[in-house]
Design a protein around this ligand. Structure first.
Ligand SMILES: [Mg+2]
Length: 404
Protein backbone atom coordinates (compact mmCIF):
# COMPACT_ATOMS: atom_id res chain seq x y z
CA UNK A 1 0.00 0.00 0.00
CA UNK A 2 1.40 3.36 -0.88
CA UNK A 3 1.65 6.20 1.61
CA UNK A 4 -0.97 8.84 2.12
CA UNK A 5 -0.10 12.42 1.23
CA UNK A 6 -1.11 14.77 4.03
CA UNK A 7 -0.59 18.54 4.07
CA UNK A 8 -0.68 20.74 7.12
CA UNK A 9 -1.19 24.39 6.20
CA UNK A 10 -0.42 27.01 8.83
CA UNK A 11 -1.01 30.72 8.25
CA UNK A 12 2.00 32.81 9.27
CA UNK A 13 1.37 35.40 11.98
CA UNK A 14 -2.29 35.06 11.13
CA UNK A 15 -3.91 37.87 13.16
CA UNK A 16 -1.18 40.36 12.29
CA UNK A 17 -1.30 39.32 8.61
CA UNK A 18 -5.06 39.83 8.44
CA UNK A 19 -4.71 43.28 10.04
CA UNK A 20 -2.17 44.15 7.34
CA UNK A 21 -4.53 43.21 4.49
CA UNK A 22 -6.57 46.37 5.07
CA UNK A 23 -3.59 48.38 6.28
CA UNK A 24 -0.60 47.64 4.04
CA UNK A 25 1.33 50.31 5.95
CA UNK A 26 1.33 47.92 8.96
CA UNK A 27 3.74 45.69 7.06
CA UNK A 28 6.60 48.15 7.42
CA UNK A 29 6.36 48.65 11.19
CA UNK A 30 6.66 46.30 14.15
CA UNK A 31 3.04 45.34 14.86
CA UNK A 32 1.26 43.32 17.51
CA UNK A 33 -2.35 42.42 18.10
CA UNK A 34 -3.02 42.77 21.80
CA UNK A 35 -5.92 42.00 24.08
CA UNK A 36 -6.55 45.53 25.25
CA UNK A 37 -3.84 48.02 24.29
CA UNK A 38 -5.26 50.63 26.67
CA UNK A 39 -4.54 48.26 29.51
CA UNK A 40 -0.95 48.05 30.57
CA UNK A 41 -1.51 44.46 31.54
CA UNK A 42 -3.07 43.23 28.33
CA UNK A 43 -1.12 40.50 26.55
CA UNK A 44 0.30 40.07 23.06
CA UNK A 45 -1.96 37.78 20.98
CA UNK A 46 0.07 37.89 17.77
CA UNK A 47 2.89 39.82 16.15
CA UNK A 48 4.40 40.36 12.73
CA UNK A 49 7.93 39.42 11.61
CA UNK A 50 9.35 42.86 12.40
CA UNK A 51 8.06 42.75 15.96
CA UNK A 52 9.42 39.23 16.23
CA UNK A 53 12.87 40.51 15.26
CA UNK A 54 12.75 42.71 18.37
CA UNK A 55 12.06 39.65 20.48
CA UNK A 56 8.34 40.33 21.00
CA UNK A 57 6.63 37.10 22.02
CA UNK A 58 3.05 35.85 21.93
CA UNK A 59 1.36 35.79 25.36
CA UNK A 60 3.78 38.20 27.01
CA UNK A 61 2.42 41.33 28.73
CA UNK A 62 2.24 44.50 26.69
CA UNK A 63 4.57 46.42 29.01
CA UNK A 64 7.26 43.79 28.52
CA UNK A 65 6.90 43.83 24.72
CA UNK A 66 7.15 47.65 24.78
CA UNK A 67 10.39 47.46 26.72
CA UNK A 68 11.91 45.40 23.92
CA UNK A 69 10.33 47.44 21.14
CA UNK A 70 9.32 51.00 22.13
CA UNK A 71 7.85 51.72 18.67
CA UNK A 72 5.62 48.66 18.72
CA UNK A 73 2.27 49.42 17.07
CA UNK A 74 -0.58 47.80 18.95
CA UNK A 75 -3.99 47.02 17.44
CA UNK A 76 -6.99 45.34 19.06
CA UNK A 77 -8.12 41.95 17.72
CA UNK A 78 -10.94 41.59 15.16
CA UNK A 79 -11.98 37.98 15.63
CA UNK A 80 -14.92 38.03 13.22
CA UNK A 81 -12.62 39.22 10.47
CA UNK A 82 -10.15 36.40 11.26
CA UNK A 83 -12.98 33.85 11.07
CA UNK A 84 -14.07 35.22 7.72
CA UNK A 85 -10.58 35.16 6.21
CA UNK A 86 -10.15 31.65 7.63
CA UNK A 87 -13.30 30.51 5.81
CA UNK A 88 -12.02 31.95 2.53
CA UNK A 89 -8.65 30.23 2.93
CA UNK A 90 -10.29 26.87 3.69
CA UNK A 91 -12.45 27.35 0.60
CA UNK A 92 -9.23 27.53 -1.45
CA UNK A 93 -7.97 24.32 0.21
CA UNK A 94 -11.26 22.62 -0.69
CA UNK A 95 -10.70 23.25 -4.40
CA UNK A 96 -7.87 20.68 -4.12
CA UNK A 97 -9.58 18.03 -1.95
CA UNK A 98 -12.80 17.36 -0.03
CA UNK A 99 -10.72 16.12 2.88
CA UNK A 100 -9.98 19.37 4.72
CA UNK A 101 -9.91 19.35 8.51
CA UNK A 102 -9.56 22.80 10.10
CA UNK A 103 -7.65 22.43 13.35
CA UNK A 104 -7.84 26.03 14.46
CA UNK A 105 -8.66 29.37 12.88
CA UNK A 106 -5.31 29.40 11.05
CA UNK A 107 -4.39 25.71 10.60
CA UNK A 108 -5.86 22.90 8.53
CA UNK A 109 -4.94 19.38 7.50
CA UNK A 110 -5.56 18.28 3.92
CA UNK A 111 -5.46 14.72 2.60
CA UNK A 112 -4.44 15.12 -1.06
CA UNK A 113 -3.69 11.44 -1.73
CA UNK A 114 -6.44 11.30 -4.33
CA UNK A 115 -5.72 14.73 -5.83
CA UNK A 116 -2.27 14.07 -7.28
CA UNK A 117 -3.46 12.91 -10.71
CA UNK A 118 -5.18 16.23 -11.15
CA UNK A 119 -2.78 18.63 -9.43
CA UNK A 120 0.64 16.99 -9.10
CA UNK A 121 2.50 15.56 -6.12
CA UNK A 122 2.28 16.79 -2.53
CA UNK A 123 5.01 19.39 -2.86
CA UNK A 124 3.55 20.76 -6.09
CA UNK A 125 0.14 21.15 -4.45
CA UNK A 126 1.73 22.76 -1.37
CA UNK A 127 3.62 25.29 -3.50
CA UNK A 128 0.50 26.09 -5.53
CA UNK A 129 -1.51 26.62 -2.35
CA UNK A 130 1.13 28.95 -0.94
CA UNK A 131 1.14 31.07 -4.07
CA UNK A 132 -2.64 31.10 -4.35
CA UNK A 133 -3.33 32.04 -0.72
CA UNK A 134 -0.66 34.75 -0.89
CA UNK A 135 -2.07 36.23 -4.11
CA UNK A 136 -5.80 35.85 -3.44
CA UNK A 137 -5.93 36.52 0.29
CA UNK A 138 -2.74 38.43 1.04
CA UNK A 139 -1.60 36.04 3.76
CA UNK A 140 1.39 33.71 3.63
CA UNK A 141 1.21 30.10 4.75
CA UNK A 142 3.75 27.43 5.62
CA UNK A 143 3.01 23.90 4.51
CA UNK A 144 4.25 20.55 5.80
CA UNK A 145 3.92 17.57 3.47
CA UNK A 146 4.16 14.09 4.94
CA UNK A 147 2.60 10.63 5.19
CA UNK A 148 0.79 11.31 8.45
CA UNK A 149 -0.85 14.26 10.19
CA UNK A 150 1.72 14.55 12.97
CA UNK A 151 4.77 14.91 10.71
CA UNK A 152 2.84 17.18 8.33
CA UNK A 153 2.26 19.49 11.31
CA UNK A 154 5.94 19.34 12.25
CA UNK A 155 6.76 20.23 8.64
CA UNK A 156 4.63 23.37 8.59
CA UNK A 157 6.48 24.55 11.68
CA UNK A 158 9.92 23.55 10.40
CA UNK A 159 10.44 26.41 8.01
CA UNK A 160 8.47 29.66 7.85
CA UNK A 161 7.20 32.02 6.63
CA UNK A 162 5.95 31.06 3.17
CA UNK A 163 7.76 27.73 2.91
CA UNK A 164 7.11 24.10 2.05
CA UNK A 165 8.79 21.28 4.01
CA UNK A 166 8.50 17.70 2.77
CA UNK A 167 9.05 14.87 5.27
CA UNK A 168 9.05 11.47 3.59
CA UNK A 169 9.89 8.24 5.44
CA UNK A 170 13.56 8.51 4.48
CA UNK A 171 13.73 12.07 5.82
CA UNK A 172 12.53 11.21 9.32
CA UNK A 173 15.91 10.40 10.94
CA UNK A 174 17.47 13.56 9.48
CA UNK A 175 14.61 16.08 9.92
CA UNK A 176 12.30 14.80 12.66
CA UNK A 177 14.40 12.94 15.17
CA UNK A 178 16.89 15.73 16.03
CA UNK A 179 14.00 18.10 16.92
CA UNK A 180 13.38 18.88 20.61
CA UNK A 181 10.80 16.58 22.16
CA UNK A 182 8.56 19.57 22.94
CA UNK A 183 7.99 20.12 19.21
CA UNK A 184 6.00 16.90 18.90
CA UNK A 185 2.25 17.28 18.65
CA UNK A 186 0.68 16.28 21.96
CA UNK A 187 3.67 17.13 24.14
CA UNK A 188 2.53 19.95 26.41
CA UNK A 189 4.70 21.91 28.80
CA UNK A 190 4.26 19.52 31.69
CA UNK A 191 4.80 16.33 29.72
CA UNK A 192 7.73 18.04 27.97
CA UNK A 193 9.58 18.84 31.18
CA UNK A 194 8.78 15.40 32.57
CA UNK A 195 10.21 13.79 29.41
CA UNK A 196 13.35 15.91 29.62
CA UNK A 197 13.73 15.02 33.30
CA UNK A 198 13.64 11.36 32.26
CA UNK A 199 16.38 11.98 29.68
CA UNK A 200 14.31 12.23 26.50
CA UNK A 201 15.69 15.33 24.85
CA UNK A 202 14.72 14.83 21.19
CA UNK A 203 11.86 13.24 19.29
CA UNK A 204 14.41 10.60 18.26
CA UNK A 205 15.01 9.75 21.93
CA UNK A 206 11.28 9.20 22.24
CA UNK A 207 11.15 7.08 19.10
CA UNK A 208 13.98 4.87 20.39
CA UNK A 209 12.42 4.45 23.85
CA UNK A 210 10.69 1.27 24.94
CA UNK A 211 6.97 1.95 24.29
CA UNK A 212 6.04 -0.11 27.37
CA UNK A 213 8.17 2.13 29.54
CA UNK A 214 6.45 5.25 28.17
CA UNK A 215 3.06 3.63 28.74
CA UNK A 216 3.97 2.78 32.32
CA UNK A 217 5.05 6.34 33.05
CA UNK A 218 2.50 8.35 31.03
CA UNK A 219 -0.39 5.93 30.56
CA UNK A 220 -2.21 5.85 27.27
CA UNK A 221 -0.67 9.18 26.28
CA UNK A 222 2.81 7.64 26.53
CA UNK A 223 1.77 5.00 24.06
CA UNK A 224 0.36 7.63 21.70
CA UNK A 225 3.50 9.78 21.86
CA UNK A 226 5.65 6.73 21.13
CA UNK A 227 3.58 6.01 18.01
CA UNK A 228 3.74 9.67 16.95
CA UNK A 229 7.54 9.81 17.33
CA UNK A 230 7.95 6.69 15.20
CA UNK A 231 5.67 8.02 12.46
CA UNK A 232 2.96 5.47 13.18
CA UNK A 233 0.05 7.91 13.38
CA UNK A 234 -2.68 6.66 11.05
CA UNK A 235 -5.51 8.98 12.12
CA UNK A 236 -7.51 10.14 9.12
CA UNK A 237 -8.05 13.72 8.01
CA UNK A 238 -11.65 14.30 9.06
CA UNK A 239 -13.60 16.77 6.99
CA UNK A 240 -15.63 19.26 9.03
CA UNK A 241 -18.02 17.33 11.19
CA UNK A 242 -21.60 18.27 11.87
CA UNK A 243 -21.83 19.53 15.42
CA UNK A 244 -22.99 16.80 17.81
CA UNK A 245 -26.73 17.09 18.45
CA UNK A 246 -27.25 14.25 20.91
CA UNK A 247 -25.26 11.54 22.65
CA UNK A 248 -26.81 8.15 23.27
CA UNK A 249 -25.91 4.59 24.09
CA UNK A 250 -28.05 1.47 23.84
CA UNK A 251 -27.60 -2.24 24.50
CA UNK A 252 -29.64 -5.31 23.58
CA UNK A 253 -29.16 -7.76 26.43
CA UNK A 254 -28.46 -11.47 25.89
CA UNK A 255 -30.87 -12.27 28.72
CA UNK A 256 -33.99 -10.24 29.50
CA UNK A 257 -33.75 -8.00 32.56
CA UNK A 258 -36.48 -7.99 35.18
CA UNK A 259 -36.92 -5.78 38.22
CA UNK A 260 -35.14 -2.66 39.45
CA UNK A 261 -32.24 -4.65 40.88
CA UNK A 262 -31.36 -5.92 37.40
CA UNK A 263 -32.31 -2.83 35.42
CA UNK A 264 -30.92 0.00 37.53
CA UNK A 265 -27.24 -1.02 37.21
CA UNK A 266 -27.64 -1.24 33.42
CA UNK A 267 -29.17 2.25 33.33
CA UNK A 268 -26.24 3.51 35.35
CA UNK A 269 -23.75 1.89 32.96
CA UNK A 270 -25.42 3.45 29.92
CA UNK A 271 -25.66 6.84 31.64
CA UNK A 272 -22.02 6.60 32.58
CA UNK A 273 -20.87 6.05 29.00
CA UNK A 274 -23.16 8.84 27.74
CA UNK A 275 -21.90 11.21 30.45
CA UNK A 276 -18.24 10.52 29.75
CA UNK A 277 -18.80 11.07 26.00
CA UNK A 278 -20.55 14.35 26.75
CA UNK A 279 -17.57 15.43 28.85
CA UNK A 280 -15.17 14.43 26.05
CA UNK A 281 -17.17 16.57 23.60
CA UNK A 282 -17.25 19.44 26.11
CA UNK A 283 -21.07 19.35 26.18
CA UNK A 284 -23.93 19.23 28.63
CA UNK A 285 -27.50 18.27 27.83
CA UNK A 286 -30.86 19.31 29.17
CA UNK A 287 -33.09 16.48 27.91
CA UNK A 288 -32.80 12.82 28.91
CA UNK A 289 -34.57 10.20 26.82
CA UNK A 290 -34.99 6.48 27.41
CA UNK A 291 -36.06 3.84 24.96
CA UNK A 292 -37.09 0.45 26.35
CA UNK A 293 -37.82 -2.67 24.30
CA UNK A 294 -39.67 -5.71 25.64
CA UNK A 295 -39.00 -9.28 24.38
CA UNK A 296 -41.73 -8.82 21.75
CA UNK A 297 -39.77 -5.76 20.58
CA UNK A 298 -42.51 -3.32 21.58
CA UNK A 299 -40.84 0.01 22.30
CA UNK A 300 -41.58 2.66 24.88
CA UNK A 301 -39.84 5.98 24.39
CA UNK A 302 -40.08 8.82 26.90
CA UNK A 303 -38.16 11.97 27.59
CA UNK A 304 -37.75 14.48 30.35
CA UNK A 305 -36.38 17.99 30.57
CA UNK A 306 -33.98 18.61 33.43
CA UNK A 307 -33.96 21.77 35.51
CA UNK A 308 -30.31 22.36 34.50
CA UNK A 309 -28.09 20.83 31.79
CA UNK A 310 -25.77 18.08 32.97
CA UNK A 311 -22.88 15.83 31.96
CA UNK A 312 -23.02 13.71 35.10
CA UNK A 313 -23.88 10.00 35.05
CA UNK A 314 -25.71 10.10 38.39
CA UNK A 315 -28.05 12.87 37.24
CA UNK A 316 -28.71 11.28 33.85
CA UNK A 317 -29.35 7.91 35.49
CA UNK A 318 -31.73 9.43 38.04
CA UNK A 319 -33.81 11.01 35.27
CA UNK A 320 -33.75 7.82 33.19
CA UNK A 321 -34.83 5.72 36.14
CA UNK A 322 -37.62 8.16 36.97
CA UNK A 323 -38.88 7.91 33.38
CA UNK A 324 -38.71 4.15 33.53
CA UNK A 325 -40.58 3.91 36.82
CA UNK A 326 -43.34 6.15 35.53
CA UNK A 327 -43.75 4.35 32.20
CA UNK A 328 -42.81 0.72 32.67
CA UNK A 329 -43.99 -1.97 35.00
CA UNK A 330 -40.61 -2.79 36.46
CA UNK A 331 -41.72 -5.78 38.50
CA UNK A 332 -43.54 -7.68 35.78
CA UNK A 333 -42.35 -6.43 32.35
CA UNK A 334 -39.04 -7.89 31.16
CA UNK A 335 -36.63 -5.63 29.28
CA UNK A 336 -34.79 -6.79 26.16
CA UNK A 337 -33.01 -3.57 25.18
CA UNK A 338 -32.32 -0.19 26.77
CA UNK A 339 -31.13 3.11 25.33
CA UNK A 340 -30.26 6.30 27.19
CA UNK A 341 -29.87 9.48 25.14
CA UNK A 342 -29.10 13.05 26.14
CA UNK A 343 -30.06 15.83 23.74
CA UNK A 344 -30.68 19.57 23.78
CA UNK A 345 -26.91 20.08 24.09
CA UNK A 346 -24.95 23.20 24.94
CA UNK A 347 -21.26 23.86 25.50
CA UNK A 348 -20.32 22.74 28.99
CA UNK A 349 -18.64 26.05 29.82
CA UNK A 350 -21.49 28.17 28.47
CA UNK A 351 -23.76 27.40 31.39
CA UNK A 352 -24.40 30.48 33.47
CA UNK A 353 -23.29 29.57 36.96
CA UNK A 354 -25.92 30.47 39.48
CA UNK A 355 -24.14 32.27 42.24
CA UNK A 356 -25.66 32.27 45.63
CA UNK A 357 -23.59 32.83 48.70
CA UNK A 358 -24.56 29.52 50.18
CA UNK A 359 -24.84 26.76 47.61
CA UNK A 360 -27.90 24.59 47.96
CA UNK A 361 -27.44 21.01 49.02
CA UNK A 362 -28.23 19.93 45.47
CA UNK A 363 -25.55 22.20 44.04
CA UNK A 364 -22.98 20.92 46.51
CA UNK A 365 -23.84 17.32 45.70
CA UNK A 366 -23.56 18.08 42.01
CA UNK A 367 -20.18 19.74 42.43
CA UNK A 368 -18.88 16.80 44.42
CA UNK A 369 -20.28 14.37 41.86
CA UNK A 370 -18.57 16.35 39.09
CA UNK A 371 -15.22 15.94 40.86
CA UNK A 372 -15.77 12.21 41.17
CA UNK A 373 -16.73 11.75 37.53
CA UNK A 374 -13.87 13.93 36.21
CA UNK A 375 -11.50 11.81 38.30
CA UNK A 376 -13.01 8.75 36.66
CA UNK A 377 -12.39 10.22 33.17
CA UNK A 378 -8.80 10.80 34.17
CA UNK A 379 -8.28 7.24 35.42
CA UNK A 380 -9.87 5.81 32.29
CA UNK A 381 -7.69 7.96 30.02
CA UNK A 382 -4.67 6.64 31.84
CA UNK A 383 -5.53 3.02 32.45
CA UNK A 384 -8.34 2.16 30.04
CA UNK A 385 -12.11 2.03 30.19
CA UNK A 386 -12.47 -0.99 32.45
CA UNK A 387 -10.49 0.40 35.36
CA UNK A 388 -13.42 1.95 37.22
CA UNK A 389 -17.19 1.95 37.30
CA UNK A 390 -19.90 2.89 39.74
CA UNK A 391 -20.64 0.50 42.56
CA UNK A 392 -24.09 0.28 41.08
CA UNK A 393 -25.42 -3.04 42.35
CA UNK A 394 -24.70 -1.93 45.89
CA UNK A 395 -26.57 1.30 45.38
CA UNK A 396 -29.67 -0.65 44.47
CA UNK A 397 -29.47 -2.97 47.43
CA UNK A 398 -29.00 -0.07 49.78
CA UNK A 399 -32.10 1.63 48.48
CA UNK A 400 -35.14 -0.41 49.51
CA UNK A 401 -37.40 2.07 47.65
CA UNK A 402 -36.34 0.54 44.35
CA UNK A 403 -36.82 -3.06 45.43
CA UNK A 404 -40.59 -2.82 45.73
MG1 LIG B 1 -0.20 29.97 12.52
Amino acid sequence: MSDRVILHCDCNNFFASVESIEHPEFKTVPLAVAGDPSQRHGIILAKNELAKSFGVKTAEPIWQARQKCPDLLLVPPHHERYEEVSRRINAIYRTYTDLVEPFSVDESWLDVTGSRKLFGDGKTIADRLRRQVRQEIGVTISVGVSYNKIFAKLGSDYKKPDATTVILRDDVPRIVWPLPVGDLFGVGNRTGSELIRLGFRTIGDLAAADPDFLTRVFGKMGQTLSLYARGLDDSPVRPDREPVKSVGNGVTYPKDLLGAAEIYPRILELSDSVASRLRKEGKKGRTVQISVKDPMLAVVQRQKKLSAPTHLAKEIAAAAMELLEANWNLASSPVRALTVTVSDLCDADEIPVQYSLIPSEGEMRSEKQEKIELAMDHLRDRYGKKIISFGSSRTVREDPEQEK
